[in-house]
Design a protein. Sequence first.
Length: 230
Amino acid sequence: MADQRDPAFAPHSTRSAYDQSVAEIRDDVLRMGAKVEQQVRSAVAAIGSRDEAAALKVIQSDREVNDLQKRATGAIVTVIATQNPVARDLRYLLTLDHVAYELERMGDHASSVAKQARRLAPLPPVDEAALLHDLGAQVAELVRGVTHALVDADESEARRVAALDDEVDGGYRRLFDSMLSAMRSDSGKVDAGTAILFAAHYLERIGDRVTNIAEDIVFLASGEVEDLNP
């Protein structure tokens, strides 16, 4: 006789409540992804427009990402404690928890980019900042892509997005070399150049964390732990 304690044999109302809880957690994580993408775009735009007020809004908006992460993690703990999920259900919840953590850290990095935008606002503009705009656009698209891959646990899309991080790394190296050369030839660019290099570093770190999420999605879909960007 089947064990009625097995979640597969839980009453329909119990399973429906579980599914609703998990759907709410997933939606919070997806909201985090959308907000982080917007943070990245807005922070880089603030550098281009030299808009200190816009940069401050990005920094302040990071609280929303933090709040969503706390809510998602709290809900995951509650579901695990009260519903005792097993197998794929448990793997899905643990994946969402780690994705929420990675997105929260991305939000912190985007906020750090915005802090550099505030630092750059009163300084003379430098041409190399255009490379930062391109890098930011690439990173924002990675965040968008991996968020979409999470919706359906799309392993192939997760792998595609992770592979694109190589382009982000290449863009970062080009910006770094260009900015360093400009700073060496013109000491008047040192202050602005330093801020741009810091901003580029934070963007590159977001790209690395996108790869971490892509690995989470592969784990969710296949049950295998794999390094997608060795």
